[in-house]
Design a protein. Structure first.
Length: 291
């Protein structure tokens, strides 16, 4: 499992401020901690960056390169900013992301070819969000056909089924899992990833980690290759790297409907209930653990 740390992100107030003032320290600190905690890539999310995208991208990459040598995931819709990142970082970069619309594919896939880098294919089409797993598959087909025409190696493409918040769109959370179940068979030599923390947006703060970890274990059962994660969630990283095998077993057995709840510890019970919510067997409510 390849981890992409999400924490250098313009949505966080401290980081937004640091980007605006060109203050290196908070960004370098996050970069260092993310590496220590074991992520493989750093996601550099500068948002749409309409005004000064290229300058901001150049400054952030230089800032990070003073302290850390992890490869970077260039997370912006500003194509000029992406180009700056590609010129500086070359083939080790990951473009995050390319929407499956004709316009975005036309603009960005040639760059993937030219720089021989990786990219995330975001399964949003010209009609907007896919409604279910089938629409996700159709978009993935369109994307792969276009990428094949340019001769882009399959293993350089990470499909992102789009993870939405369980609190507001529980059926979409189920649909992303349904897509993952089909994915390995339909697209065997391509890769997959997702923005994991989206799933717990709006969930009570103290339960976000539990929701994120449960959802990751569920998607892993169906072959998820990588995830954009909170690099400060060391429990999550350790769990995937082989600790707490009994939790993974609980989640997977729940999905297989082959579980004996009488034998579960309190912690396993929490993961069991959360798996039921994230797989659509129970309806979400903020107090799902108490039911
Ligand atoms: N797919 C792809 N790229 C993505 C996403 C995706 N990039 C952005 C996002 N989604 C993934 N990154 C984040 C980063 C932060 C949070 C969620 C997803 C988050 N942050 C906390 C919050 O908003 O409450 C804390 C913010 C802070 O203060 O630092 O939830 O889906 N390809």
């Amino acid at each position: 499992m390849l981890f992409i740390g999400e924490n250098i992100n313009i949505m966080g107030t401290k980081i937004k401020q640091a980007m605006k003032e060109r203050n290196k320290q908070p960004i370098q600190e996050i970069a260092r901690i993310s590496r220590e905690n074991g992520v493989d890539y750093l996601d550099i999310n500068i948002g749409p960056a309409r005004k000064d995208g290229p300058q901001l991208m150049e400054w952030i990459i230089k800032t990070i390169r003073e302290v850390v040598d992890l490869p970077l995931s260039l997370d912006t819709t500003n194509i000029e900013a992406i180009k700056v990142g590609l010129e500086m970082e070359g083939e080790k970069s990951l473009i995050n992301s390319i929407q499956a619309t004709p316009e975005r594919m036309e603009q960005l896939l040639p760059l993937v070819k030219k720089f021989n880098c990786k990219c995330i294919a975001l399964l949003i089409g010209k009609e907007g969000m896919p409604r279910d797993a089938t629409e996700r598959s159709a978009l993935a087909c369109e994307f792969s056909i276009r990428a094949d025409q340019l001769g882009i190696p399959h293993e350089n493409i990470y499909f992102d089924p789009i993870v939405l918040p369980v609190r507001y769109q529980q059926d979409q959370v189920v649909a992303a899992v349904e897509f993952m179940k089909m994915f390995k068979e339909m697209f065997p030599d391509y890769r997959s990833t997702c923005g994991l923390s989206n799933v717990s947006n709006g969930v009570p703060e103290n339960l976000r980690g539990l929701v994120n970890r449960t959802y990751l274990l569920m998607l892993m059962k169906y072959g998820l290759d990588s995830a954009i994660i909170d690099a400060f969630d060391t429990q999550l990283i350790q769990m995937v790297r082989g600790e707490k095998e009994e939790i993974k077993r609980t989640v997977w057995q729940t999905l297989d409907e082959n579980i004996n709840v009488q034998e579960l510890s309190q912690q396993q019970m929490d993961y069991y209930k959360t798996t039921c919510v994230l797989s659509g067997k129970s309806i979400y409510s903020d107090s799902w653990l108490k039911l």
